[in-house]
Design a protein. Sequence first.
Length: 403
Amino acid sequence: MIKGVIFVQKRIKNNVSWVGKVDWDLQKFHGNEYSTHKGSTYNSYLIREEKTVLIDTVWQPFADEFVANLAQEIDVRTIDYIIANHGEVDHSGALPALMKHIPNTPIYCTANAVKSLSGQYHQHWNFQVVKTGDKLDIGNGKELIFVEMPMLHWPDSMATYLTGDHILFSNDAFGQHYANEELFNDLVDQCDLYQESLKYYANILTPFSHILKKKLAEILSLNLQIDLIATSHGVVWRDNPMQIVENYAKWADEYQENQITIIYDTMWNGTKVMAEKIAEGIGLADPNVVVKVFNVAKRDENDLITEVFKSKTVVIGSPTISNSILHSVAGFIHLMKGMKFKNKKAATFGCFGWSGECTKVMNNLLADAGFAMIDEGLKNPWQPDQDAQVQALAYGKKIAKST
Ligand code: FEO
């Protein structure tokens, strides 16, 4: 941290302020698993009613900066309660630095968060376990109400609702990895915001869609007035905050658009030629379908997962190598399997020289990943000649008509 840097808190509403960190530099998250082309934010919030409450902290590399910033705003010893909505290090990472100053301050969290925080930091902090519906009086007629959100994104996750100001502190849910200074959803680039929200859902929350559907229904059944959704990454939803809840309901329901996505890798361009001819065939058979073609080895895999998320059908290509397929393609199918996509079809193609296992290997992997296979796939010996290109065109037309 650079000494002497001033900190400017941002007012959310009345006595609630944002005291987090904007991470413009972040390019990878979860180690190297998730690309963050637009950086991220770690949102922490300070509530100053009769009681002073801190909701979540920031990622560990910014811990000292976070505590120093807080100390510019308040005497940290005046913090009455800490709310740890989620134990992952991007939100709890500054707790060790903060708790050195206030070791006995109660930390309100779920029972699972006690396990995750203890497992990561090995500290005997003053944990206060809460469950859905539990309330905490913070004075001036306001309360915090806790809502467990298991698997959104870890078993320990919860949301916290502030009565009076009607703010839902949703933690990871409804967030985006999107660095911004504007803070509120109505002030940022709307295309960026939609794209980053969609990518975040597609890559992080898709495996938990079935849980999310039930949780959204539960939250809505509480009939809470929600004026603001204060996430832990990206913007605070202020303008029509329920728009992101409505999008989540749509995305959680086996979402797809009228899109077919071709994802392949190639060695000597034969499989690339097939990919492009299959795309042409799809376009000829169905001019209304969106067709996209990507070489997986040259593209960002998280962006490709977002494309798969939007697709009704994926067409996967690899040449045969070592009686199998290229590791770029195998790795991407493995990544797709983890997403537990539902209601999507798949087809395969690839060139080969002699043994020709490519389509069979991909068919087995894709079926295991939950895709409904259209057929046995299209494979071509050596480089595609004109007849083979016509076959690939026809295969594209078949795919378009099969979806
Ligand atoms: Fe943003 Fe699951 O942590």
